[in-house]
Design a protein around this ligand. Structure first.
Ligand code: F6P
Length: 343
């Protein structure tokens, strides 16, 4: 019997469980045996796996997170880990692996395929929506909805107290969450990693609002944004196995600068992991389901090295390698639309 493994790697996001469920349901329909690899690449290094059947995936569609667990383990960090991964892939008896992840997890997948170590099909996931070759990654829509609701809530308190509220959202390299939740939530300024922050301009926009009688403002900033002269603000210097630092703190710095320069009372609200938790939106459940079904079809057709993708409203497949080559940054046409409402 064909044995297909599935793993979820990197930061979790809403929609992972719908993918797992879809892979299991479609896989079983095709007569395959599905093996869940625990905690991303770590599970293959440590031979930590479990069979997945109809009962294991029953009821998981609306659940956030991933029933398989996740990690940011990079098997290319240590040669012995790579050897163990290769051995365990054989030991478990996998014919193919479905890797669900973002730039890091799929970057590893691309290397493993190139080196002929495993047969892999990729599924794009990240709340940041920064993977190339797909219009959307699942998890993003839920994160945007959560951030929008938070902005709505912050609006009423900002207005009552005549304050500026800086809302820091996630978005390491790309400001997709900031732009979309900012547009949906009616932000007065949106700051993203793609465009260095001009603090003078930010304060001018806020003052312009005050001149027309608005005594409050909402400023949405992506965690990866940075001032014109500086680099992104780091919460700690420690790097993860893929060389990423922990971001966070730009909201705090921005709030201080705004208050100092304008004299208006300014507060900051950091949304953080709230954006990654909880039940997936209907859009993410459907996208995850479509991705999962298509991933099994790719395995069936032996189209290894391919990643499922959403282009327009069609699910297609693209080379994993192309998807991880360059990040998909914010569409400047969309940012121009957001800018119409600044100030
Ligand atoms: O990559 C997704 C993401 O949520 C980023 O927006 C953020 O910088 C990072 O993960 C946070 O990672 P961690 O869960 O390790 O704090």
């Amino acid at each position: 019997m064909t044995k297909i493994g599935i793993l979820t790697g990197g930061g979790d996001c809403p929609g992972l469980n719908p993918v797992i469920r879809a892979v299991v349901r479609k896989g079983i329909n095709e007569g395959y045996q599905i093996i869940g690899i625990k905690n991303g690449w770590k599970g293959l290094i440590e031979n930590d796996a479990m069979p997945l059947d109809l009962s294991t995936v029953s009821g998981i569609l609306p659940k956030g997170g991933t029933i398989l667990g996740t990690s940011r383990t990079n098997p290319y960090k240590k040669q012995e880990d790579l050897m163990r991964l290769q051995d365990n892939y054989k030991k478990i008896g996998l014919d193919a692996l479905i890797a669900v992840g973002g730039e890091d997890t799929l970057g590893v997948a691309a290397k493993l395929i190139k080196e002929g170590i495993t047969n892999i099909v990729g599924v794009p996931k990240t709340i940041d929506n920064d993977l190339s070759c797909t219009d959307y990654t699942f998890g993003f829509d839920t994160a945007v909805n959560i951030a929008t609701e938070c902005i709505d809530r912050l609006h009423t308190t900002a207005e009552s107290h005549h304050r500026i509220i800086v809302v820091e959202v996630m978005g390491r390299h790309a400001g997709w969450i900031a732009v979309e939740s900012g547009i949906a939530g009616g932000a007065d300024i949106i700051l993203i990693p793609e465009i260095p922050i001009d603090i003078e301009e930010v304060c001018n926009l806020i003052q312009k609002r005050h001149r027309r009688g608005k005594t409050f403002s909402i400023v949405v900033v992506a965690e990866g944004a940075h001032f014109k002269e500086g680099t992104a603000v780091l919460q700690e210097q420690k790097l993860d196995e893929f060389g990423h630092v922990r971001l966070g703190g730009i909201g705090e710095q921005l709030a201080k600068e705004i208050e100092k320069r304008t004299g208006y009372e300014t507060r900051v609200s950091v949304l953080g992991h709230i954006q990654r938790g909880g039940t997936p939106s209907a859009f993410d459940r459907i996208l995850g389901t479509r991705f999962g079904v298509k991933a099994v079809e790719l395995v069936k057709d032996k189209k290894f090295g391919r990643m499922v993708a959403l282009v327009g409203n069609k699910i297609i497949d693209v080379p994993i390698e192309d998807a991880v080559k360059a990040l998909k940054t914010v569409d400047m046409e969309l940012y121009e639309i957001a800018k119409v409402f600044f100030g």
